[in-house]
Every structure is written in C-alpha cells, then in structure tokens.
Design a protein around this ligand. Structure first.
Ligand code: 2BA
Length: 109
C-alpha cells in the first residue's frame, strides 16, 4: 500500500477530491500553507494500493493546474540611510507537489 501526499492549490483541491471520490478513492483534505509564499494551500492524503498510484496521479494531473503568483519580498533589516527597493517576484506554483510513501500498516478500526 502507498500513501499519496499531494500539495495543491486551494482552488483545485475541491475538484481533485470530487474526481477521486467519483472513482471511489478515499481522500482527506488538510488545510496547509506553503513555507515560501506563506499562502494557504491544500494537502490531500490518499491511501491506495500500489497498482492505483498511477491513476491517482493522472487524476491529480488533470484537475490541478500550475499558476503564476506575484510575491512581494520582505524588506531586510535596514541600517539608517540604507534604501530598499521591493521588486515583486513572479513565482510559478506547480499544479501539484506529490510524494508517494510506502505504508507499513493500514487499518480501519
Ligand atoms: P511554497 O513553499 O509557498 O512555494 C511556492 C512556490 O514558490 C514553489 O512552487 C516554487 O515555485 C517557489 N519556491 C519555493 N521555495 C523557493 C525558494 N527557496 N526559492 C525560490 N522559489 C521557491 P512549488 O514548487 O510548485 O511548490 C508548491 C507548494 O508545495 C509549496 O508552497 C509547498 O507548500 C509545497 N512543497 C513544494 N516542495 C516541497 C517539499 N520539498 N517538501 C514539502 N512541501 C513542498
């Protein structure tokens, strides 16, 4: 068995979970936020048999799209007389960041 952990855009999480449920996959949606952008995203957990991993990844690919986001960098600590010009930074956030982990034991008690 494998645990698929997918970090996705908040906007895509609903469609992903719906598409998984349509195919009878059980999924858990966690509210999370990215360490870099510090914006909220969603982490989806899906426990599946190894043979189902590719189908879940295909569903994830289909429902989650990459987007460009603008970040305003935090100003550094300044000395008196120093000047900081904040240039907005364009960052592409992937459709999904996916980890596939081995599951040692799975039980529904
Ligand atoms: P964030 O950490 O908010 O990162 C958002 C996007 O910012 C990243 O998109 C990447 O394009 C960029 N980015 C992140 N760290 C950077 C850095 N040190 N320098 C320059 N650009 C940087 P994605 O790579 O598609 O990641 C989307 C979200 O997936 C991340 O949000 C984070 O929540 C999660 N993630 C990505 N890689 C991860 C990892 N290795 N472990 C855990 N979570 C990860």
């Amino acid at each position: 068995m494998k645990l698929i952990v997918a970090v996705v855009h908040n906007e895509d999480a609903g469609a992903l979970v719906e598409a998984l449920l349509e195919k009878d996959y059980r999924a858990t949606r966690l509210h999370s936020s990215g360490g870099f952008l510090k914006q909220s995203n969603a982490t989806i957990l899906v426990g599946v048999e190894e043979a189902q991993v590719e189908e879940v990844l295909a569903i994830t690919r289909r429902t989650c799209t990459a987007r460009t986001q603008i970040v305003n960098p935090m100003p550094p600590i300044m000395e008196p007389g120093e000047f900081f010009m904040p240039y907005p930074l364009e960052v592409e956030v992937g459709g999904a960041t996916v980890f596939v982990l081995p599951v040692e034991r799975f039980e529904r008690l």
